[in-house]
Design a protein around this ligand. Structure first.
Ligand SMILES: O=C(CO)[C@@H](O)[C@H](O)COP(=O)(O)O
Length: 229
């Protein structure tokens, strides 16, 4: 177990909320202690599902000041950078697999005034992002195949977290997919500190679940929850 210097950040994924009432659902989880909101943008091409894009994010922005991490599961991320920035996105998390020129995309995102996240699918070797990771604010390691909520957590992905964490004690390392009270300890011990959770938060008591996640990351991840003997 390697301790890191990052605070725990819990980002409920609105994919699991009642999307007909997204503004109130966002408020519900922010009031319950969420640190940010994870917005899953899917285009039906990069992943076999369609959700929403900049127009919906723009409407949601009128109802909350929460940090928006826009997880872009789209084939042409370059096409949407300015629209997401204009809609109120704070972070643009692109998939490494979705672009031929990650360096140019990272610069485009920064020029648009957003933070940069890079996401990797389960079958992507984490070493492939070695030469861009320092240009990004966060890495998002997928612990399910992107496209749908409610799937089972893939513990094998913890090798990727440990690999990154061993050289990056200050970096926000996120996990996405199947996270909740049953899986958070494994994730926290590996060194993840940004936790995306959809079903676990929205299908239960959000405050309680967010607190369980935070306690685990603080106990196993940054040592803040450790009591001295
Ligand atoms: O990006 C995705 C799915 O592609 C995730 O954000 C899921 O929405 C997480 O949902 P749960 O696994 O927590 O239900």
């Amino acid at each position: 177990m390697v301790f890191h210097n990052c605070s725990c950040k819990v980002g409920p994924s609105l994919l699991a909320c009642d999307m007909s009432d997204m503004a109130n659902e966002a408020k519900r989880v922010v009031d319950a202690g969420a640190d940010y909101l994870h917005l899953d943008v899917m285009d039906g091409h990069f992943v076999p599902n369609i959700t929403f894009g900049a127009p919906v994010i723009k409407c949601l922005r009128r109802h909350t000041k929460a940090f928006f991490d826009c997880h872009m599961m789209v084939s042409k991320p370059e096409q949407w950078v300015q629209d997401i920035a204009d809609a109120g996105g704070d972070q643009f998390t692109f998939h490494f697999e979705s672009t031929e020129n990650p360096e140019a995309l990272i610069q485009q995102i920064k020029d648009a005034g957003m933070k940069v996240g890079v996401a990797v699918k389960p079958n992507t070797d984490i070493k492939l992002i070695d030469n861009i990771v320092d240009k990004c604010d966060t890495v998002l390691i997928m612990t399910v195949e992107p496209g749908f909520g409610g799937q089972s957590f893939m513990p094998d992905m913890m090798d990727k977290v440990e690999y990154l964490r061993s050289s990056k004690p200050e970096m926000d390392i996120g996990l996405d997919g199947g996270l909740g009270p049953k899986t958070i300890d494994v994730a926290a011990k590996a060194g993840a500190n940004m936790i995306v959770a959809g079903s676990a938060v929205f299908n239960s008591d959000p405050r309680e679940v967010i607190q369980i996640i935070r306690d685990s990351v603080e106990k196993y991840g940054n040592g803040k929850g450790q009591t001295s003997a």
